[in-house]
Ligand binder design. Structure first.
Ligand SMILES: [Zn+2]
Length: 319
């Protein structure tokens, strides 16, 4: 039930498509590119479009697929620009259109599950697991404003953790997050599931709000190239122009009630304990909740949508 990718010949770029035998995924075909190096080396996969509206990450992956030169690559670099094809075509933020589930909460997936659960299973076993290293590019969803960051999972096999952290450092984004905290902290992410299975893995995120911001694309393209030197697919120095600031945690702060969210801060803002960060109004315009910072920190991600539901993320506070 697991598809195998055609890798093409050494020294060539191979473009292919792959389909799944899982009944719920029939009719879909995933484009991918293998930049197959002339020299032996490790296999690394770069995915994007796990969230289908994160255009910065998708374009960064497209550029890497076309710009990496097989003559400079050792081993194989596999690029999958859009994993969540239904979310891409239907422009659904965070969740897939068929079952309302967030693909990046479902890894390593379930072969007998709903569309998104089966897609996680297919993507995990076809794209993510058969690798020495794995890079997942994200770009802030339609209603997300964020400070560029990389993430990795600590506490895995020490060699996997060290390589994952080195890839995160190589991206040179503003922040590195190694622990998501809070009641609505995410689980079942691509890179955490992969690292738990022994694949050195990193998440890199830049962009947001449905915009194709080319400076952010450049951040992800350049960062991925440096991460590929850590992975052993490219020669060169992985040191980024600016080092990232490591955060001990980033806490997802959830809405305490349904309503209309008025946020007073931007992604990247530093805030102080007790500072008012915004208000939630009822639909009649009445004040329902005032949201204050529980500690000093930096806003790593902010929900830009005014419409919020109880339990939905308002922002993530890094410290
Ligand atoms: Zn995402």
């Amino acid at each position: 039930m697991v598809a195998t990718l055609e890798l093409g010949n050494g020294g060539e770029r191979h473009n292919g498509t792959v389909e799944s035998e899982l009944a719920v995924l029939r009719g879909w075909s995933w484009p991918y590119t293998v930049v197959h190096g002339a020299h032996d080396g490790p296999r690394t996969t770069v995915t994007a479009g796990i969230h289908g509206c994160e255009y910065v990450s998708i374009y960064a992956a497209m550029r890497l697929a076309r710009e990496l030169d097989p003559a400079e690559v050792m081993g194989q670099v596999v690029v999958v620009p859009v994993v969540n094809l239904p979310s891409y075509w239907e422009r659904t933020a965070f969740v897939g259109p068929y079952d309302g589930k967030n693909l990046n909460r479902l890894f390593p997936g379930k072969s007998t599950g709903t569309f998104s659960e089966a897609l996680a299973y297919f993507a995990f076993n076809t794209f993510i697991l058969p690798n020495d290293a794995y890079i997942d590019l994200h770009g802030g969803d339609l209603v997300e404003d964020l400070a560029p960051f990389a993430g990795y999972l600590p506490g895995t096999d020490p060699a996997v953790e060290e390589r994952s952290r080195a890839m995160a450092d190589a991206f040179g984004l503003s922040y590195i997050i190694s622990r998501f905290a809070g009641a609505s902290a995410p689980t079942g992410l691509t890179f955490t599931a992969a690292a738990e299975r022994g694949v050195a893995s990193v998440l890199a995120e830049a962009g947001g709000c449905g915009q194709l911001t080319l400076d952010d694309v450049e951040l992800l393209v350049a960062g991925t190239r440096r991460a590929l030197t850590v992975a052993g697919n490219l020669a060169g120095d992985p040191t980024p122009p600016q080092p990232s600031r490591h955060l001990d945690q980033s806490e997802h702060v959830a809405a305490g009630c349904d309503g209309f969210w008025i946020c007073d801060v931007q992604a990247g803002d530093h805030v102080s304990e007790g500072q008012e960060l915004g208000r939630i109004l009822g639909i009649a315009g009445e004040l329902r909740d005032t949201v204050t910072a529980q500690r000093d920190g930096v806003i790593t991600v902010r929900t830009t949508s005014a419409a919020v539901k109880k339990g939905g993320m308002l922002f993530s506070l890094g410290s």
